[in-house]
Design a protein around this ligand. Sequence first.
Ligand SMILES: [Zn+2]
Length: 395
Amino acid sequence: MQAVKGVRFTYRPSSEILWLFKTFTQMCNDAIRIAIAQNASSRFDLISESYHHLKRYGLHTHYILNACEVAYAVYQRWRKDAPEKVRQILTLPHFRKRGILEELVKRRISLPFVRRPFLKLDNQAYRLDYLLLQIPVQPRKFIFITLNGSLYHRSFLADKSLKRGSITLTDSIITIAFRRNVEAIESLGQVGIDVNERNVTWSDTQGKTEQLNISEVAEIRERYKAIRAEIAQRTQKDRRVQQRLLSKYGKREKERTAQRIHQVTKKVVEHARKNKLGIVMEKLKGIRKLYRKGNFQGRSFRGRLNSWSFREIQRQVEYKASWEGIPVRYVNARGTSRNCLCGSRMEELEGRRMRCPSCGREWDGDVIASKNIMAAPLVRAARPSACSDEGGTRR
Ligand SMILES: [Zn+2]
């Protein structure tokens, strides 16, 4: 099994690097236009269609290949999500003859583009000598960048068993993808993880339970929601200022929440690794879980922790687990917070407590949810309407 991990290094970009970002982004956007105009059917198709045009930017061939890769991914996603009227223009032959781009512009259909200046290079394009990164600009002309590395960061560079993949550069961060082959662990049990508004609760087959507080994440998100609303109101007349401020505060918000989520997910995965446990989580569809009954929460409170945090927690658990060879599986969310371990439906008590009328046991709502997740049967891919009888509400 191959695991990939993106390790983020900070650095100080030179003006030359910033110029390179701009140029690369322009190349990506040119290639996207060419992909649309030429109805590109593969990345290689796009490379051959746009090679001569992109060559004029004067950068090393690596940039053309990587710009086409980025452009083709953006183009494909856009095409996949395009509404019917756009798809018609893209596929009908008479539009092809007249010029697809002109037709799309005439109909005021917005075209996809890469906004954020960045640079992505495959592992053939760069060289890394410990903390010194060498990237080509033109044939035989290079830029050298010194990465900042903590002990943790440097341990990845020193590890000879790791293979280096592509690198992604933004104006403050360079992310290097490391790959390694891991043996899947023989799990001795399971740990079920329940993600909530205030905490991440896990329970394992050895009878241990822990609640990790994440109320801070919800508070940060709530605070930034107010900031965003204020920005939107005050900058109504200037969309460019608005965009700039929103992206600046969005970045800060993400950094602050990500830090806390990182600590929590690291702790859970570490427990699974030490005790050789497989990880089980709820399969969440968007934010449906937030509207689960019996969450002891008012409507306004439920809406607070949005789907991003949920998905981010699960994503981090999943990639940290895969790096350690820990198997991760997903189960249906149905009934996890309402049913007792004996299978009976429980009654709600005060203060997030639940009581089982059959066996008399009392549970904390989040603890029982994690125990049920741990013990739940595997989700089968082919069970599309497992909860349709509930009228869209989770129990
Ligand atoms: Zn019971």
